[in-house]
Design a protein. Structure first.
Length: 332
């Protein structure tokens, strides 16, 4: 067979996504564009280390919806990947078994390093490499974890080879629940969160030499949402955001502004998905610190500061589908 029809599911701390695509030697072509549902599976997991009953019910409802969509296609395979919240939950067996009964496939709880590799594959598989200088550092900022991945030599194809990766236990949901408890958060809470974030970045930088990067690619809902706000969009537009370059100063200004808002004030912006209203400030704070630290590291490493990033709509889910499709083709 010269192509396969595959589906991928990415179940994170805040949202669950489905994508169906036809994969061949040239890449992949969407059949069902990304379907996203915000389920907040990671509700209180940072504190209790267990899935809340109501969070599980939201996840199961989304899975039943996905099953109805998949029933319309004769797919060659489905890969279901679960990430940060599921890695941390002591009662994940119930979640995995119920999801398998609904979808026919058991979720794979992948380690952060594999999540990072797949995010890098998804983000770099569609970029115009003539427009962006390698090496790239891909930042996948989720609800419970944030992956840093350095790769791409800029010389030999394929120049998407991962050189180093690390998964940090910081994200929009985790930082909001752990530190930003007031509405809006206090200066003390923000300062406490920054200390926490920087400690994780310090640890990540011991594995990932982020200063070697020449281009930053940001993926995930927090990054694309804040990019849309920086662009002044009044409603979210996937095509406008994808591939957009945003300067650090512009990003920092909009991130700080929305961090300081109340949830009621944020809810007036149609650009922000309703399921992100309460945690997007925490995500923006993580994003601010990651950008600032990578920019500083680049200036120290090779004397060429990075002062902008590229927003991408393509990340872990794309990597799951593309990688799985390629592996199926190899066995045919």
């Amino acid at each position: 067979m010269d192509s396969v029809l595959v589906a991928g599911i990415d179940c994170g701390t805040n949202s669950i996504r489905l994508k169906v695509a036809r994969v061949d030697a040239r890449g992949m072509r969407e059949v069902v564009p990304r379907v996203l549902r915000v389920i907040r599976l990671g509700q209180d997991v940072d504190k209790t280390h267990r899935f809340a009953d109501e969070a599980l019910e939201r996840a199961y409802a989304a899975a039943r919806e996905f099953a109805d969509i998949l029933a319309q296609y004769e797919i060659d395979g489905l890969r279901f990947v679960a990430t940060s919240a599921t890695r941390d939950a002591e009662n994940r067996e119930e979640f995995e078994s119920t999801m398998e009964s609904i979808l026919g496939v058991r979720p794979e709880v992948i380690p952060g390093t594999e999540e990072a590799d797949l995010s890098f594959l998804g983000a770099t598989s569609v970029i115009d490499r003539s427009a962006f200088e390698a090496p790239y550092v891909v930042v996948d900022l989720g609800g419970g974890s944030t992956e840093l991945v350095l790769g791409g030599d800029g010389v030999d194809a394929p120049n998407t080879q991962v050189q180093a990766a690390f998964s940090m236990d910081i994200g929009s949901v985790r930082m909001t629940e752990r530190h930003l408890k007031n509405d809006p958060p206090t200066a003390e809470q923000i300062a406490s969160a920054i200390v926490d974030i920087d400690e994780h970045i310090d640890e990540a930088f011991r594995t990932v030499p982020a200063g070697k990067a020449r281009t930053i690619i940001g993926v995930s809902g927090t990054v694309t949402t804040m990019t849309a706000l920086a662009m002044g969009l009044t409603e979210y537009d996937h095509s406008a955001v994808d591939g957009q370059r945003i300067g650090f100063d512009e990003a920092f200004a909009v991130d700080d502004r929305f961090l300081a808002m109340t949830r009621e004030e944020r809810s007036r912006y149609k650009t922000i998905h309703p399921g992100r209203i309460d945690v997007v400030g925490g995500g923006a704070l993580v994003w601010n610190r990651v950008l600032a630290r990578i920019g500083q590291a680049a200036a120290e490493d090779h004397g060429t500061p990075i002062d902008s990033f590229i927003a991408s709509e393509h990340g872990l889910l794309d990597g799951i589908v593309l990688d799985y499709g390629r592996r199926l083709l190899e066995t045919r």
